[in-house]
Design a protein around this ligand. Structure first.
Ligand code: ADP
Ligand code: MG
Ligand code: ZN
Length: 319
């Protein structure tokens, strides 16, 4: 049976978003509610189910329309269990698929938000028609995914591919994952912010403090200062960009992709970050593989998670 519509759920630390996705990529009936993770997993899952019921009723969906859930990991998509996620305090080995199916008269499937986004880019986004894709979500952390010959590469438990934790230096900065020298520890929103905070405490940091006007010195502030020519900010973004370029060079060698897609909030920094990255890529990839791999920005914006969750449901339930 060919599926016509599915329901996508984007579960985040702050918001839960739900939408209906049509096979042609039309999104409708978007709805959102606060996650309120402090209420614990059962309460959150009950509210996800209620929101799905509302959306399904509004859209007149039959019970045949399945649900795809994009969640921060680590999680096991085979068993539908979220093991642990720093964004949802108190979540430990939560059987979210079983619980949602218990509330809903629908099939439910689950995957890591980075992997979902990769499927979303392939089905609905800028990687449409491509079968070999590397997607990087530059957000607070760095997520992503790899598709080769149309198949998502996610390992024996579905925990891969954590490409944000690709090693770019064996004596680099400590990463939030516990390891050392990961791409994320150079180029994630949190890492750029941590560097900026250090600069802000020096005589060179006055402009950053001014621009932040009492708020956080986040990556957007660093970009603003860099665009003005603030040298310490240029240096922060160059360092992050060089790490990104080194990692992308490795991805080209490992996966021989047709396209590399850059998404997430930090992608808004644009060429201030990607310029230095682009310069590095050829230095870190094989001569015969590096010639023509486009590195492009996602066009799905803040809806990547929803498109991705929908793409997951189509992939799992449609054939
Ligand atoms: P996530 O979904 O992982 O929380 P996003 O993809 O929404 O993250 O990106 C958030 C990150 O984007 C923040 O860590 C911040 O450093 C960075 N960022 C880039 N530009 C801005 C901006 N103008 N305002 C706020 N954050 C920004
Ligand atoms: Mg997110
Ligand atoms: Zn790491």
């Amino acid at each position: 049976m060919t599926l016509d519509k599915v329901i996508g759920v984007d579960l985040g630390g702050t918001n839960i978003r739900v939408a209906v996705l049509s096979a042609d990529g039309t999104m409708s009936h978007t709805a959102r509610t606060k996650t309120k993770s402090e209420e614990g997993p059962e309460a959150v899952i009950r509210r996800i189910a209620a929101l799905i019921d509302d959306v399904a009723a509004d859209a007149n969906l039959s019970p045949d329309a399945p649900v795809g859930v994009a969640s921060p990991g680590p999680l096991n998509p085979r068993t539908g269990v979220v093991h642990f996620t720093p964004n949802l305090p108190g979540w430990r080995d939560v059987a979210i698929v079983d619980q949602l199916e218990g509330h809903l008269n629908r099939r439910v499937t689950l995957a890591n938000d980075g992997n979902c986004a990769t499927l979303g880019e392939m089905r609905f986004g800028i990687a449409q028609g491509k079968h070999n894709i590397v997607y990087l979500a530059l957000g607070t952390g760095i997520g992503g995914g790899v598709v080769t010959e149309g198949v998502l590469i996610d390992g024996k438990n579905g925990l891969g591919a954590e490409i944000g934790h690709t090693l770019v230096s064996i004596d680099g900065p400590r990463c939030n994952c516990g390891s050392i020298g990961c791409l994320e520890a150079y180029a994630a929103g949190w890492a750029i912010q941590a560097e900026a905070m250090k600069v802000a405490t020096t005589a060179d940091g006055d402009r950053l403090v001014e621009l932040a006007a009492g708020g956080l010195i986040h990556a957007g502030i660093v970009a603003k200062a860099a665009a003005e020519g603030h040298l310490a900010s240029v240096a922060i973004l160059e360092r992050a960009g060089r790490a990104l370029g080194a990692a992308i060079g490795s991805f080209i060698n490992m996966f021989d992709p047709e396209i590399i897609v850059i998404g997430g909030g930090v992608a808004a920094l644009g060429e201030l970050l990607m310029g230095p990255a682009r310069k590095m890529i050829p230095q870190y990839s094989f001569v015969d593989m590096r010639t023509d791999v486009p590195v492009v920005y996602s066009q799905l914006g803040g809806d990547t998670g929803l498109y991705g969750a929908g793409a997951l449901a189509f992939m799992m339930f449609d054939d």
